[in-house]
Design a protein around this ligand. Sequence first.
Ligand SMILES: *[C@@H]1O[C@H](CO)[C@@H](O)[C@H](O)[C@H]1NC(C)=O
Ligand SMILES: *[C@@H]1O[C@H](CO)[C@@H](O)[C@H](O)[C@H]1NC(C)=O
Ligand SMILES: *[C@@H]1O[C@H](CO)[C@@H](O)[C@H](O)[C@H]1NC(C)=O
Ligand SMILES: *[C@@H]1O[C@H](CO)[C@@H](O)[C@H](O)[C@H]1NC(C)=O
Ligand SMILES: *[C@@H]1O[C@H](CO)[C@@H](O)[C@H](O)[C@H]1NC(C)=O
Ligand SMILES: *[C@@H]1O[C@H](CO)[C@@H](O)[C@H](O)[C@H]1NC(C)=O
Ligand SMILES: *[C@@H]1O[C@H](CO)[C@@H](O)[C@H](O)[C@H]1NC(C)=O
Ligand SMILES: *[C@@H]1O[C@H](CO)[C@@H](O)[C@H](O)[C@H]1NC(C)=O
Ligand SMILES: *[C@@H]1O[C@H](CO)[C@@H](O)[C@H](O)[C@H]1NC(C)=O
Length: 744
Amino acid sequence: MVFQKFTNNSYSLLWLPSLLILLSSASVNGVEQKKFYIVFLGAHPVSREGSIESHLNILSAVKQSHVEAKESIVYSYTKSFNAFAAKLSEDEANKLSAMNEVLSVLSNKYRKLHTTRSWDFIGLPLTAKRKLKQESDTIVAILDTGITPEFRSFKDDGLGPPPAKWRGTCDKYVNFSGCNNKIVGAKYFKLDGRSESSDILSPIDVSGHGTHTASTAAGNLVPNASLFGLANGTARGAVPSARLAIYKVCWKEDGCADMDVLAGFEAAIDDGADVISVSLGGENSNYLQDSISIGAFHAMRKGIITVASAGNDGPTMATVENHAPWVVTVAASGIDRDFHSTVELGTRTNVSGEGVNTFSPKQKQYPLINGMDAARNSSSKDNAKFCAKGSLEPNKVKGKIVYCKFRTWSTEAVVKAVGGIGTIVEYDEFQDSPETFMAPATFVNRSTGQIITNYIQSTRSPSAVIHKSHEVKIPAPFVASFSSRGPNSGSQHVLKPDVTAPGISILASFTLRHSITSIEGDTQFSVFTLMSGTSMACPHISGIAAYVKSFHPNWTPAAIRSAIMTTAKPMSQKVNKEAEFAFGAGLVNPTRALNPGLIYDMDEFGYVQFLCHEGYNGSTLSILIGSPVNCTSLLPGIGHDAINYPSMQLSVKRNTESTIGVFRRRVTNVGPGPTMYNATIKSPKGVEITVKPTSLIFYHTLQKKNFKVVVKAKSMASMKIVSGSLIWRNPRYIVRSPIVIYSS
Ligand SMILES: *[C@@H]1O[C@H](CO)[C@@H](O)[C@H](O)[C@H]1NC(C)=O
Ligand SMILES: *[C@@H]1O[C@H](CO)[C@@H](O)[C@H](O)[C@H]1NC(C)=O
Ligand SMILES: *[C@@H]1O[C@H](CO)[C@@H](O)[C@H](O)[C@H]1NC(C)=O
Ligand SMILES: *[C@@H]1O[C@H](CO)[C@@H](O)[C@H](O)[C@H]1NC(C)=O
Ligand SMILES: *[C@@H]1O[C@H](CO)[C@@H](O)[C@H](O)[C@H]1NC(C)=O
Ligand SMILES: *[C@@H]1O[C@H](CO)[C@@H](O)[C@H](O)[C@H]1NC(C)=O
Ligand SMILES: *[C@@H]1O[C@H](CO)[C@@H](O)[C@H](O)[C@H]1NC(C)=O
Ligand SMILES: *[C@@H]1O[C@H](CO)[C@@H](O)[C@H](O)[C@H]1NC(C)=O
Ligand SMILES: *[C@@H]1O[C@H](CO)[C@@H](O)[C@H](O)[C@H]1NC(C)=O
């Protein structure tokens, strides 16, 4: 058995700037000789007791004694998979991985974490049709930082007891008074045993991230929600009647440990969740070394769909995370709303800045100064231009608005700390995710900055005022610059991300345990707040997956994903030049996803064929399915990618005449029959795409039909992406698959 060593990078929740400061990847300190490992074993013994006993026996073989083994083991996974987590030296880990009984030893890494108007924007109005009974039988599991149970988003008015299939439990914990009929389960996992002074060993949410994602997926309707009047409206989740199961696996200081994430998956699967939502991630390319990929595979085997965020490392290419084909990978888009602040200069000229500024000015005008002119001394002038900490002379900025160039986030906190009344920051990059300020402030672009500096120079006593932000309408959708991009580092045959959902300035429930920016000195506390990140996009799709499931309780995870992808609204390469690598199949369209016409379905066996085709060693696949696979004896997956995926991707080799990909697909008619679908192909320049047959006739519902798509592409310049598509159309349905051709 190969010992699989991990780099010690940490995982994080996938959200953005200000709050990231507080959660930023606290990796394990390297002081300890012993680290945590997850040891995967073969098939399950017959009983849970038998499993635990066998874990101890195996571990005893590398420890001095049974007692020592007992002390070092921290968790036994006995339900979906057979594994244990324990504290080991590298030598012990090596010895274990050489044992026959042991499939694989993974070192425990720490991952990181990566909302009203958004529903109307994507077309899921308050009045959308619902199957309320089925919706209330649907359980969305959230693996995150916990929950704030007392908020209105999680009241259980009108909800009966959880569905009979629910096996989860909920105890009373510190600062957590227990569950209700909305939050039907709550657990936490902190297997490393390290206590954190800033977090609480309880499902209670200290950071606000988990509360935000849970309320986005399945929060109740809360009228008149806003952030100090901004983004006001009715806050709600996709499925307001669905239940929530909370698994706290991410912690304020340490982030999200693989062993906790796996324990969360195992519990959610065993408890009977329908959808698992994971707004967290970390770099990984191997599907057998990634806790989210492994957990999601076991969920899929039980018919549970896993939805995960794509990551916040865009717009750099090949940064997409959570890219296993059995996971729905979600990119973040902007909606048609942005927040601007008017800056009124003393000359009565108005200019406009961006960002979320909730403060209303108390005076008509304030004196205005350029940070450069407020330097402490001549040597701090360079830093004062950026209003860097320690560079400003308090006497010069007291009571004034200060103009600074951007260098780091939260410049306004520096200005406030030395007595400044407001901050105008010149910031010319990536203005598509508005920053929330802890004190009066706004971001202006370079040309506006020029107007302001010219004005400051042109008058003896310059003055200005920054008004509270207001909403403006902007063109949308577009994929956020921060949203991670393809291509998929795990497989060049699977297009990732899959689909796009709103993830910029989403209003949802938060926490009152700290201010909305969590920057020291911030006085803004709010039940609702605006957050941005693929973390916020993910629960939109988790909720929509639950919505689709409430209409089609028997659909497989692959079928639900297919419905969401083939009905998505196509987006444009004119807006995001990375095309499908930015937006996947496009912007989700929830009501159309209920009736996709055709689906690209797949079961566990389909994924195993794919993995064999990708070159995974059949014996290591037992991590996913509990016993070794003989890839040679398996029916080979067919075609270029050996997977029945709703999108197609062809990587073109450079310096070759042409590259050909033959994609084999099978669609299932989920609409009424008899019916006939005709194909429409869009081929980009330099690419020839054909489909055979060009018509599919179905006599009845659930009938399946095979077809093949041949993509022939000429050599392309490197880093070029072109997009085509295949559409199956009948008078009622449009079933669209993106086809991406790129050269790396
Ligand atoms: C697969 O793994 C087994 C067990 O480690 C090893 O014996 C075998 O050689 C591997 N096969 C391939 C094709 O790498
Ligand atoms: C949490 O519970 C502890 C113990 O009951 C209590 O002392 C503390 O004040 C509570 N903290 C919060 C933030 O509610
Ligand atoms: C709506 O919220 C605002 C601010 O939170 C409050 O002043 C107002 O009274 C509320 N309106 C209603 C109808 O509840
Ligand atoms: C938001 O508040 C404004 C001003 O109070 C009001 O005109 C508007 O109707 C509100 N919007 C919603 C969706 O409630
Ligand atoms: C500038 O903006 C303020 C606040 O919105 C507004 O009251 C004022 O009339 C505007 N002035 C001009 C000259 O447009
Ligand atoms: C700078 O911002 C102003 C105000 O929002 C806008 O009108 C202008 O087009 C922007 N300039 C550039 C170069 O983006
Ligand atoms: C200038 O200010 C900096 C702090 O920004 C300080 O460290 C430095 O000693 C000062 N230099 C002089 C000459 O006063
Ligand atoms: C796998 O299957 C092939 C073909 O059926 C067979 O020749 C081979 O012996 C099998 N390998 C193992 C390890 O069972
Ligand atoms: C599909 O193609 C057939 C044959 O070309 C044609 O008769 C039929 O009207 C087409 N159907 C649709 C929905 O376009």
